[in-house]
Write a protein that binds this ligand. Structure first.
Ligand code: G4P
Length: 523
């Protein structure tokens, strides 16, 4: 058992759209032997790129059910790659997925450097000290100076960087990549894709002179030497604590990098870590099974309202058919047909270990944030809900369908698709989302799965904050005095709606005893 979880490496890829996450995912799966052919992951990337076309998003969502977790085994290590939605409108999903991984790969486009979405996602990793591998992609194209890119990582993210793989030429001069630690030169002999690994004695090895023209090799040698000696030395502990990042230059498209990334993860990336819970910390070597749900996804089949809850195991050995307790409801759930995700194929899992993710089919009884145990009443903490950035009033065309509307909103809110608020005054629900596309999905799914047509009306509100205070009287008074702007969320927490970020600051300043929270832990 203890050997089993120590073999697990559970990780995700974070990036700004178009940096190359899909391409890298596919190449990692190919390198790890998990997929038979290229193309499957790419199809998803293409679907995603057609941003305004809802059918395409639907398609994307369907495909991502099967590719949400990709597991492969190499050199006795089990790699669990958790996929995150590419579109930034679904970034909430990404944030939650990051609570279920032990490390991450940050993909940066060599021509662009660190972009907004990379930075946001990085901050989420930092909150939990998730160690990061930096992959600087597309060196086969003209890009920025490698030293400048490393500086940017160090400065904007406040991380120590340690170059592992250096590019030999870039753009049209690109000849390959050099692994500074193993002294391996990676090159493409037959075509454009990396197919040859040349073991060298060092950067001065004469073999290189025969393989790379001097006008590329000379500066590359000089720079690689500078890079090898000019930065913080690699320190495993510092990497695992999230302070240092190894930097791998490469080209996902042409297969430079995936091999080095997999090797690095196998050797250095953290094994499943202890998970914080409300009453105590749960360690992966404990005998009893525990886990938490970080994502719930509806199935493709619109006629069946079945859902798959993705649970990360935190301790114990899970066996198929096990009865698990859901402390939130106090009920037991029999997990008859858990799904273990093997690239695109689903298989019934017989057993799973800490670090693994299993899919639990259900009909809406499991929510994002749920804890499962073998009887203990604890709750894993740290799964965030984010204050919505767009708020709309829901308008129902046919008022006889109020019941359907209620169940659609309740179910889809539990799935984490949208947040639903009840006003203190008036009767129309208000929905809140982080990305506008979530509203399209809500509308379409309400129609398809609940047979109810809804529309959205604008509200004057641009920001929402959860209200919290140790002084319950002060809170009550505030709610009373701001009735029109205070709504309740699905767990009956009061939420303040503001017309601008400025108004939030202003009101918060005037009500010092009350906290205006931008994130909240799911319970
Ligand atoms: P994403 O998931 O992060 O959004 O990025 P994705 O992998 O879809 O890649 C975005 C674009 O960048 C794609 O090109 C892809 O082919 C290209 N790309 C990825 N890695 C590399 C690389 O190492 N070198 C080069 N030169 N290009 C790379 P596209 O034109 O948008 O699509 P496609 O028609 O080529 O698929």
């Amino acid at each position: 058992m203890s050997a089993e979880y120590k073999r697990r490496r559970t990780f995700a890829i974070i990036s700004h759209p178009d940096a190359g996450k899909t391409t890298l995912t596919e190449k990692l799966l190919l390198t790890g032997g998990a997929i038979r052919m290229a193309g499957a992951v790419k199809a998803k990337g293409e679907a995603r790129r057609a941003k305004s076309d809802w059918m395409k998003i639907e398609q994307d969502r369907g495909i991502s059910v099967t590719s949400s977790v990709m597991t492969f085994e190499r050199d006795d290590i089990v790699f669990n790659l958790l996929d995150t939605p590419g579109h930034e409108d679904f970034s909430e999903d990404t944030y939650r997925t990051l609570t279920a991984v032990d490390s991450a790969i940050m993909v940066i486009d060599a021509a662009k450097g660190i972009e907004s979405q990379t930075r946001k996602l990085f901050e989420v990793c930092r909150l939990r000290d998730i160690p990061i591998i930096t992959f600087i992609n597309k060196v086969d194209r003209e890009g920025r100076d490698p030293f400048e890119l490393i500086e940017e990582v160090q400065e904007t993210l406040a991380l120590d960087a340690c170059p592992f793989v250096w590019p030999v030429g870039m753009g049209t001069d690109f000849k390959g990549c050099y692994d500074l630690r193993s002294n391996t030169f990676m090159m493409a002999k037959e075509g454009a894709t990396c197919d040859t690994f040349v073991q060298c004695d060092g950067l001065d090895d004469k073999k290189l002179d025969d393989l790379v023209p001097d006008f590329v090799l000379s500066p590359a040698r000089e720079n690689a030497e500078l890079a090898a000696g000019g930065y913080t030395e690699f320190d495993e502990e510092s990497y695992q604590a999230g302070h240092l990042t190894p930097v791998i230059f490469g080209s996902a498209l042409r297969g430079f990098g995936p091999e080095s990334i997999i090797d690095f993860i196998g050797q250095f990336a953290p094994i499943p870590r202890p998970t914080p819970a409300d009453l105590r910390e749960v360690t992966p070597d404990e005998k009893n099974v525990t886990g938490f749900v970080f994502k719930v996804q509806a199935n493709m089949d619109a006629n069946h309202r079945d859902r798959v809850a993705f649970m990360r195991l935190c301790s114990g050995e899970f066996k198929r058919g096990m009865k698990l307790k859901q402390p939130r409801t106090g009920k037991d759930v029999m997990v008859h047909s858990p799904i273990l995700f093997m690239a695109q194929d689903r298989e019934i899992a017989e057993s799973a270990y800490p670090g693994d993710v299993i899919g639990i089919p259900n009909h809406g009884t499991i929510r994002v944030g749920d804890t499962f145990t073998e009887g203990e009443t604890i709750r894993f903490t740290g799964l965030p809900a984010f204050a919505p950035e767009a708020l709309r009033r829901v308008r129902l065309g046919d008022t006889s369908k109020i019941k359907q509307l209620r169940s659609a909103l309740e179910d889809l809110a539990e799935e984490g698709l949208v947040q639903v608020f009840r006003p203190n005054i008036g009767s129309n629900w208000i929905v809140g989302v982080v990305g506008i596309l979530q509203l399209d999905v809500l509308k379409s799914r309400a129609r398809q799965e609940y047979r109810v047509d809804i529309d959205f009306e604008p509200t004057p509100y641009m920001a929402a904050r959860w209200l919290k205070s140790d002084d319950s009287l002060a809170l009550q008074n505030f709610v009373e005095a701001n009735k029109t702007q205070v709504v309740t969320d699905k767990e009956d927490n009061p939420v303040f709606l503001a017309k601008s970020a400025w108004e939030v600051d202003y009101i918060a300043e005037k009500n010092k005893g009350i906290e205006f929270q931008k994130t909240r832990e799911l319970s």
